[in-house]
Design a protein around this ligand. Structure first.
Ligand code: PHE
Length: 354
């Protein structure tokens, strides 16, 4: 064994390799130059019989050559594989149009809710929140709904199975009945309990009613509760009317007139339903206002003293108004939507228009 022989093997191996174009020939090459019976392998086995001097010079050369041939073999394998691949199918057309990735956006009701909140915040209102699963106490009792009065059914309540916290009722302890809130009004009392007048607050929220659905009725919709309280004599119906006109005027960007009609809610006295002048036809009469020039918007009234009492306030000390209106109804008007069910219907073709 000597240096010349190693060089010869290397030369021979590399020269043969260059010409190889297919797998089978490459395999034969591997057996010939790197296989167990190859010249290189037997020389490597023979290293142990060399003199120390030869070992020092030749052994690294042999190892180096083996390493080199293994590397060249791998490169050749890759080359053969690449040549065999059908590149035609993998051609990239850099001029092809890209794929548009859809980007989500806020639901139209949420967009509108934000818009409404902004107007009220500019008017100095705080924003509060409350639970959708409500107790019978906050949804009805504290709001002065008489016990076992049909008014509780009037709101088409979804009652929940099971009960909430234990309470004392008619001398007995029982679990409080739970329900899906039928309006945002329970938050009047919730807010009063934690704050001291004077204050003004708005509470947006989703409410639920066990109703047969049609184009203008939905079991789930959005409301706004508005509450303004101060010491007796400082806030009255005129304050409410002014606020309502300011809000709707800002919202629709034009002068809006408010009309109050006497009504009944257990938690307000006096109570009103209120209408706004139709913004679509400027009160001339159209299909949205059913030719009346007015659109029903919500309920309102001066907070009943029993409600203030239920919240823990001394009777007669404070006075104020509450009003609630349907955000979904407002959305229908703003976007001229004729079927309320579209908002929660989950049809993306509808939602994507906003
Ligand atoms: N909560 C009432 C409803 O949902 C509306 C309302 C709110 C009425 C506040 C008066 C005062 O119908």
């Amino acid at each position: 064994m000597n240096q010349a022989l190693i060089t010869t093997i290397e030369k021979q191996a590399l020269e043969t390799l260059v010409a190889i174009k297919d797998k089978e020939t490459l395999m034969r090459w591997e057996v010939q130059f790197l296989g167990r019976k190859s010249e290189l392998s037997s020389m490597l086995k023979d290293v142990k019989n060399l003199t120390p001097e030869q070992k020092r010079t030749l052994a690294p050369k042999l190892q180096g050559l083996r390493q080199k041939l293994v590397t060249e073999l791998t490169l050749k394998q890759v080359e053969i594989e690449n040549n065999a691949r059908d590149w035609e199918g993998e051609r990239v057309d850099v001029t092809a149009p890209g794929i548009a990735r859809p980007v989500g956006h806020l639901h139209p009701i949420t967009q509108l809710e934000n818009e409404v909140l902004e107007i009220f915040e500019a008017l100095g209102f705080a924003v509060a929140d409350g639970p959708e699963v409500e107790t019978e106490w906050y949804n009805f009792d504290a709001l002065n709904f008489p016990k076992d009065h049909p008014a509780r059914d009037m709101q088409d309540t979804f009652w929940l199975k099971g009960g909430g916290a234990k309470i004392k009722k008619n001398g007995k302890t029982e679990a409080e009945r739970l329900l899906m809130r039928t309006h945002t009004s329970p938050n009047q009392v919730r807010f009063m309990e934690k704050n001291k007048p004077p204050f003004r607050v708005i509470v947006p929220g989703r409410v639920f009613r066990n109703e047969a659905t049609d184009a203008s009725h939905e079991h789930t919709f959005h409301q706004f509760e508005c509450l303004m309280l101060d010491e007796t004599g400082k806030v009255n119906v005129a304050t409410f009317k002014y606020l309502a006109e300011t809000f709707f005027g800002t919202f629709f960007g034009k002068k809006v007139t408010i009309r109050l009609r006497p009504s009944f809610f257990p938690f307000t006295e006096p109570s009103f339903e209120f209408d706004i002048s139709c913004v679509l036809c400027d009160s001339a009469g159209c299909s949205t206002c059913k030719q009346t020039g007015w659109i029903e918007i919500g309920g309102a009234g001066m907070v009943h003293q029993n409600v203030l009492e239920a919240a823990g306030y001394p009777k007669g000390k404070y006075q104020g108004f509450a009003w609630g209106f349907g955000l979904t109804r407002l959305a229908m008007m703003k976007y001229k939507i004729t079927d309320i069910r579209q908002f929660m219907g989950g049809d993306l073709r509808f939602i994507r228009q906003f």
